[in-house]
Design a protein around this ligand. Structure first.
Ligand code: MG
Ligand code: MG
Length: 265
C-alpha cells in the first residue's frame, strides 16, 4: 500500500528531513583525519534530542539473533556500503565516509545521507562521489506525476554504469512517511516504464549506493555492516523527495553540509 501525503503532511515531513540535513551539517564540520566516528554519533544524537527529534536508527530491529542498531548515524567507511556502526577507529586521510541519518519528529521520518572525503582523497574516489551524487539528482528529475518508479531506477543505473561503476542490487530506496520504510521500493537499477506509477503526494527516499568495482556486496558478522564483495570503495547519497504540483520537490537539503565544507576548506 502506497500512502500519498497531503500538503500539511509534506510540510511536517520537510521539518523531519531538514532536521537530518542540519545534523549532517554539524557532522560535516567535524570530519577530518583523526576524528573518532563514535564521537560524531554522539554529536548527532545530542543535536537531534535537543531539538525535539528522536534518532530513528537507534534501536532499529536487527535480523534474528542480531542486536538492535546501536547508534544514531550509520557511518560506512571506504568498502562499507551502508549500515556501518560508528566505531572507535580514527578516520584516516584519504578515507571516504558515508553518513546516513534518520529522525522521527511529529510522527514523520526523515532519512538522508551524504558521502564525505576525509582530508585528501584519490581522484577515483572523488569521481565515485561525484557520479553517485549526480545519479541521485538524475533519479530525482524523473519523479514526476505520470512517470513510473522504473524511470527513476533507470536514470540512476545508466549514469553510474556509464562511468563503469557497480550498482548495488540488494539495497534500495523506499517510500517514507509515518514508517521509515514504506512502499514502494525504489531500486537503483531497472527499466523505464516499470513499477508503480508516480502520483501527487508520493514521498520517497531515493538513495543510490554505487561501488567503484563490483556491484556485489556482503554482510559483515556484526549483522549490520554491508561491504563490497571486492572491498573496493562505495558511495551513498540520499534525499527525501515529494511530488508537489506534479514535480519533484526535495524536502531535505545539502545546503548545511555545503556551508560547513566551504568553511573548513
Ligand atoms: Mg538512509
Ligand atoms: Mg533510506
Amino acid at each position: 500500500m502506497i500512502y500519498l501525503k497531503n500538503r500539511e503532511e509534506i510540510e511536517l515531513m520537510r521539518e523531519s528531513a531538514l532536521m537530518v540535513s542540519r545534523t549532517l551539517g554539524i557532522i560535516a564540520r567535524e570530519i577530518k583525519p583523526g576524528v573518532i566516528p563514535a564521537t560524531l554519533d554522539k554529536l548527532a544524537e545530542e543535536y537531534i534530542r535537543d531539538n525535539g527529534g528522536i534518532p530513528a536508527f537507534k534501536g532499529f530491529k536487527g535480523a534474528r539473533g542480531v542486536p538492535d542498531f546501536p547508534a544514531t548515524l550509520c557511518i560506512s567507511i571506504n568498502e562499507a556500503v551502508v549500515h556501518g556502526i560508528p566505531g572507535n577507529t580514527p578516520l584516516r586521510n584519504g578515507d571516504i565516509i558515508s553518513v546516513d541519518c534518520g529522525v522521527k519528529k511529529n510522527g514523520f521520518y526523515g532519512d538522508h545521507a551524504y558521502t564525505f572525503g576525509v582530508g585528501e582523497i584519490a581522484p577515483e574516489l572523488q569521481k565515485l562521489i561525484d557520479v553517485t551524487k549526480e545519479s541521485l539528482y538524475l533519479g530525482i528529475a524523473q519523479m514526476v506525476s505520470g512517470n513510473r518508479i522504473g524511470d527513476i531506477s533507470y536514470a540512476i543505473q545508466q549514469h553510474a554504469e556509464k562511468h563503469g561503476f557497480g550498482v548495488v542490487r540488494e539495497l534500495v530506496g523506499h517510500g517514507l512517511g509515518k514508517v521509515m520504510h514504506e512502499e514502494p521500493e525504489v531500486p537503483n537499477y531497472g527499466k523505464r516504464g516499470d513499477g508503480p506509477k508516480i502520483k501527487e503526494g508520493l514521498v520517497l527516499a531515493i538513495e543510490p549506493m554505487i561501488n567503484l568495482g563490483t556491484k556485489n556486496v556482503k554482510q559483515l558478522p556484526d549483522g549490520w555492516t554491508i561491504v563490497t564483495a571486492d572491498r573496493k570503495a562505495s558511495a551513498h547519497f540520499e534525499h527525501d523527495v515529494a511530488v508537489v504540483d506534479g514535480k519533484p520537490e526535495i524536502l531535505s537539503s545539502y545546503a548545511f553540509i555545503e556551508e560547513a565544507l566551504a568553511l573548513i576548506n
